[in-house]
Design a protein around this ligand. Sequence first.
Ligand code: AMP
Ligand code: ZN
Length: 470
Amino acid sequence: MRTVNLYNTLTKKTEEFTPNVEGKVNMYTCGPTVYHFAHIGNLRSYIMEDVLEKYLRYAGYDVKRVMNITDVGHLASDADSGEDKMLTGAKREHKTVMEIAEFYRKAFFEDCDKLNIKTPDVIEPATNCIPEFIHMIEKLIADEYAYVAGGNVYFDTSKLEEYYVLSNQNEEELMVGVRDDVEEDTNKRSKTDFVLWFTKSKFDDQELKWDSPWGVGYPGWHIECSCISMKHLGEYLDIHCGGVDNIFPHHTNEIAQSEAYIGHKWCNYWFHVQHLNDKRGKMSKSAGGFLTVSALEEEGYSPLVYRMFCLQSHYRKPLVFSYEVLDNVKTAYEKLQKKVSSLAEEGEVEQAVLEKYQDRFAEAMGSDMNTSQAITVLYDALKEDTNDATKRSIVVDFEQVLSLGLFDKPADGSDDVDEEFTAWIEGKIEERKAAKKEKDFAKADAIRQELLDKGVEVKDTREGTVWNLL
Ligand code: AMP
Ligand code: ZN
């Protein structure tokens, strides 16, 4: 097992990661609210969480990862007021909520696929778990952690010894942003209380409602994640992930209700990804004008160029999106991909070299997921004085985590070259072969140079001569 050090939002320290059960990791990820396409900001979080999951596996852990799909209960404000985002999506597109959920859930996983994000072991839509939510709320009421007011059920944050366990910022500061333009809910005993179950809303009513002991209604957003996590991962969670905007109130509320329910500590490590920003600030679905994977593709960028863009900066630093930087990454990515795909397969892997690079990779990744350092290690390996087979096996090894598609066919590789040019290259390669056969090495070298001047690199392998564009 490799050592993994991670920054933990709960302790505000970088710590050695130790799961509850040796060798096994229970991991939970807040899934998308499926009322619109995921933007590339959301996907930054999912890319970095994917890298975390894959690195934990690489380090030797057996990981079980669960993700919810928020298809009910996430209101316009994270502080439980405004209209349900799903209803906003349905109205925008003149469809039913379930049609919207189905469409955007599919679109989300298609984007994930394009970004080489592994599908979590369990995916659970909130609308599948209504009886479990009701059961949890009933227990919270019975234990006096929750109360009914104005038809809704609220969690009583005053019952906790400490509510702000994830953040030491002051209350006013935290509430800015989640309360924008939204009236205060006078049913709440204190303003940090949050809704577990709605039956009454000032805003347009839900399409989807269920019977409950408190009347026909629907669950709050926060209860979904606690309940779905416990349903599949039990009462002891090792690591919980999300974007930093989830720290408050969403994750703070998840901890409050989960620990009130189970009566002990719930999750040991909290992994939060900083935001992707554009010129206006945090990229967000509600602000509109956001960028999607398809929009990048339309502009000619492979989704994996965006993955590399994300991996080149640290997940805990805000990242500003710009096409200028993306262009630089695209150039670097295409060069890297060509270099990797031209590595010959023959030869014996030099184990000592492979292990040296595995250690360097693990040191980078084990230092709070230093992905940009890990990419530097990859470049160093490609420059190492060793054979292609060793370099190839190093890249194969790192790709288990980086998943940059470095062995995929280069987007603008030899296949895209026009036929006339391909015929010319192949003619030159034949000419060079003949020159070598006649031991006219000066001619063979001159042909190699002629090809190089045209941006074509040739390599002699056991299977014959291969070429690629530089
Ligand atoms: P949502 O679909 O709004 O529930 O968000 C899905 C995930 O994306 C959550 O983990 C959010 O914290 C995260 N997220 C939202 N906006 C951004 C952003 N601009 N940059 C990075 N992550 C984000
Ligand atoms: Zn969540």
